[in-house]
Ligand binder design. Sequence first.
Ligand code: SF4
Length: 247
Amino acid sequence: MAFYRITYNEKYNFATLHNWGCTFRCPYCSYKLRSGAEGKPGFSTPKPERFLSVEEQKSVLKKLAPAKVFFMGGEPTVASELEEMLCFAKNELGAETKLGHTNGSRLPLPFLDGANVGFKAWSDDLHLQITGRPKQLIYDNFQKAFDSGMTMAANMVYIPRFVGLDELEGCVRFIASISPEIPFHIDGYIPVPGQPYCRPTDEEMTAAEQLVKSYLVNVKSSHLTSEQALDLSARDDRFRVKIAAGV
Ligand code: SF4
């Protein structure tokens, strides 16, 4: 696939390239919040009518001249032009480059400064069940990316009685063994259409935070309702962006 939209945040001077598609099939994928695609596994939003050419992407970025270029999805590493755009952002714009969200399937990458990896589970079986892919590649890639000097961060969706505290603990124990200072975000599950899972209670979120903080020092969490998740710009000005190209 390819990037179909570029957004720009003037206040923080960063541009984001958005890709359509993903290699995983997580049943609770939050992209379903907008598409309402009940019953379909994974990333299920309508295919954009048009993708941006590489020339368009470069021309828009040149005009914006952002200090940072982020790549998002779905899963941004699915975009066939990603490596070319990383090289352009780094060498021609002199920008910092980061995968704002990735499932960790392709790391490290040339000209990529940082990545925020969304881990799905610690148990092999649960990881396979959720994503359709084995877990080991993702954890190995995270280690390799850190060892290569990339600035790494991680997150996991906490879903009591599905992706529970034992899954969270296995993951953060692994991250702490690399460095306890790696930032980690606990995403309280946001209910998506057609899924049976429950949003964590306040008490469950507190227990999850206490657990993760016993391993890591830079821990944040979010505990949004579905309605709040649909308007993140009301809570965080990093989401107040204008569309610079695409739809
Ligand atoms: S990896 Fe992320 S984008 Fe892909 S299906 Fe899972 S939650 Fe959705």
